[in-house]
Design a protein around this ligand. Structure first.
Ligand code: CAO
Length: 429
């Protein structure tokens, strides 16, 4: 059997004529115990007016701008199977002040809560000296639920600059729409500068590839704890072998570059250390180990960086891989790669060796967990115990997601990779 109860303003400790600044329910709404029905504000504090019972609102007796005092009727509620006497006993009370460092004492209230009621929404003491953003407890709760720091929102659009729910919603929308802060990191954006004040300028639209790459790199940079480990390996023997292989090729055949051997050596190291051929599950709880070995190769194109994927590198020979890389990198430069050509990579190689460099810190192509950077090999004196030998040293950089790979494993992986590149006969073992 249902009954009707009246929700009134409780004892506020000799404070009268308090403004109603928000009414959060309408006739017909279903409300839960302790759900905030309205918000009051004095010149020093804001307080929620919670419901003492669960039920359906049949009448709302107040509106924004009304002044209320102890006993003022707020709403009438139809509740199921509750004796009116019991309901009347649980007169609602504003929830106690729970935010740190209140600047004034909260109004004295008699709190009469049902034993098993959820923790009430805290009434918040608002400091109007700018120390705490001006917002009602319900808006604060809403902001907290979305992880929004109210102080990051420049202005509130409510009366006296008070933050409203819409301000929080708009802020979230703005953050989601911004590629640079798409993770909700709240990092302040780079301020706009009028460069014409310093000299002549020209504006050019970024290519689509550059824009998309930029968004992806920013996402990875903000989400992954990256470590980069640098080392170098003597590739003198490998280069001799590569030259011998190329000298035996027909004139129009695709030349084998060092990168092809690096791909084969990388796969062998991934087979030895399978964590490098894994991805974290979206909830971060599991590692997904891949049994296939598809390697992405970063290719420099006039429109920006693209990463074609060479599939099943473990099952292909040097010449087949050379032909495929030549074909894919040409398609990339002509902007003719299909989306499928750029999907499914297990690990990426970013080689700047044809250009120069001694070391760099490549950014992992997530959800992959590691990337290998390569710069230009050069002759260097290497100490042999009694004197210096001239050696062709290839610099290698490996960046990895530290959530998946720890430092020692990263170093061991690099040692394995170096052992294969230092003596490619090891690939046969
Ligand atoms: N050390 C010394 N020489 C190297 C070398 C290295 N590490 N890597 C390549 N070379 C040499 C090659 O042997 C070749 O020499 P020859 O002309 O005498 O044969 C020359 O440099 C050019 O090589 P290449 O770049 O055409 O071929 P590749 O297989 O090494 O690389 C590709 C192919 C597609 C990776 C490359 O053309 C490319 O686009 N590189 C840029 C990738 C990039 O932008 N990475 C950055 C990503 S992060 O922003």
């Amino acid at each position: 059997m249902s009954s009707v109860i009246e929700i009134k303003v409780p004892d506020l400790g000799n404070v009268a004529d308090i403004d109603i600044i928000e009414v959060l329910v309408n006739v017909g709404d279903q409300v839960a115990v302790e759900q905030t029905l309205a918000v009051m504000e004095t010149d020093k504090a804001t307080m929620d007016l919670p419901s003492s019972a669960a039920g359906k609102i049949t009448q709302v007796h107040i509106k924004v701008g009304d002044k209320v005092t102890e006993g003022t009727l707020i709403a009438t509620l139809e509740v199921g199977d509750v004796a009116p006497a019991a309901a009347a006993e649980s007169t609602p009370a504003p929830a106690p002040v729970a935010e740190p460092a209140p600047v004034v004492e909260a109004p004295k209230v008699e709190v009469a809560k049902p034993a098993a009621a959820p923790a009430p929404v805290a009434a918040v003491v608002v400091n109007n000296n700018g120390q705490k953003p001006h917002a009602t407890p319900s808006v604060r709760l809403f902001a907290r639920e979305l992880g929004v720091d109210l102080s990051k929102i420049p202005t509130g659009s409510g009366p006296k600059g008070r933050y409203l729910k819409d301000d929080v919603k708009n802020f979230v929308k703005q953050v989601m729409a911004s590629p640079a802060t798409a993770t909700g990191s709240g990092i302040p954006s780079i301020p706009a500068v009028d460069f014409t004040q310093f000299g002549e300028v020209e504006e050019k639209q970024l290519s689509k590839i550059k824009r998309l790459t930029g968004q992806n790199l920013t996402r990875v940079w903000l989400n992954l704890p990256l470590v980069t480990y640098h080392d170098e390996v003597d590739i003198g023997a490998l280069e001799d072998f590569r030259k011998a292989v190329n000298s035996g090729l027909a004139k129009d055949a695709v030349k084998v570059t060092g990168l092809i051997f690096i791909m084969k050596a990388l796969v062998a190291a991934m087979q030895k250390y399978p964590a490098f051929n894994s991805s974290l599950s979206a909830d971060g709880e599991k590692l997904i180990y891949k049994k296939y070995f598809h390697i992405g190769i970063a290719v420099d194109t006039p429109n920006g960086l693209v990463v074609p994927v060479i599939r099943d590198v473990d099952q292909k020979g040097i010449f087949q891989l050379s032909a495929e890389l030549a074909e894919k990198s040409e398609l990339a430069r002509q902007g003719k790669l299909k989306p499928a050509d750029m999907q499914g990579g297990c690990m990426t190689i970013s080689s700047l060796g044809g250009i120069g460099g001694t070391a760099f810190t490549p950014i992992v192509n997530a959800p992959e967990v590691a990337i290998l950077g390569v710069t230009r090999a050069k002759m260097q004196p290497v100490w042999n115990g009694t004197g210096f030998d001239p050696k062709l040293m290839l610099p290698l950089d490996i960046s990895y997601d530290h959530r998946v790979i720890d430092g020692a494993e990263g170093a061991r992986f690099m040692e394995a990779l170096k052992s294969y590149l230092g003596d490619i006969r090891r690939l046969l073992l």
